[in-house]
Design a protein around this ligand. Structure first.
Ligand code: 289
Ligand code: CA
Ligand code: CA
Length: 160
């Protein structure tokens, strides 16, 4: 009986070693892919991968484009995510819409039209709702936000 158990334990130990090896290989592949994404057109935090392919559009088009790609229009919830999006904006030197708007109630900005924002990085004096028609939010190359009309042409950055 004892012999049987020793054999089983050894077998299990072998399996664990194999799994550890496979895990290490997978981690190496993921790390490499992260580097490639960063090198091409992506930028990431621990949680999210942000990406652009150079295409541009107004807010509605930007949202639809990201949704078709299986993601969402970028909506930063932390300064680290804000920085990751900013890096892409700087690479393309073109401002981008965020998935944040105050369409429902003037002055109350929400993520994806649903949840009141818990993080913001407004530029000085913003949001100012210029002309009473700025319900979308763009990020400048310095990472600051400006409320802006939704019909401008902006770099499309999606999050996955
Ligand atoms: O149409 C007004 C916009 O172009 C922007 O003009 C200035 O940069 C600031 O007043 C912004 O708040 C405004 O969104
Ligand atoms: Ca507004
Ligand atoms: Ca504004």
């Amino acid at each position: 009986k004892a012999e049987c158990c020793i054999t089983e334990v050894k077998h299990l130990q072998n399996q664990i070693r194999n799994l550890q090896g496979q895990l290490k290989s997978l981690q190496d592949i993921i790390n490499k892919k992260h580097k490639v994404e960063d090198f091409i057109n992506g930028s990431q935090t621990n949680e999210k991968l942000f990406a652009a392919n150079g295409s541009a559009g107004d807010y509605k088009t930007s949202k639809a484009t990201c949704s078709q790609a299986g993601g969402h229009l970028a909506s930063p919830r932390t300064s680290s995510e804000n920085g990751a999006i900013q890096r892409i904006i700087q690479r393309y030197n073109k401002a981008a819409y965020l998935d944040i708007n105050d369409m429902q109630t003037e002055g109350i900005f929400k993520y994806q039209s649903v949840e009141v924002i818990g993080y913001a990085n407004w530029a000085p004096g913003e949001p100012n709702d210029t002309g009473g028609e700025e319900d979308c939010v763009e990020m400048y190359t310095d990472g600051r936000w400006n409320d802006r009309s939704c019909g401008e042409e902006r770099l499309i950055i999606c999050e996955f």
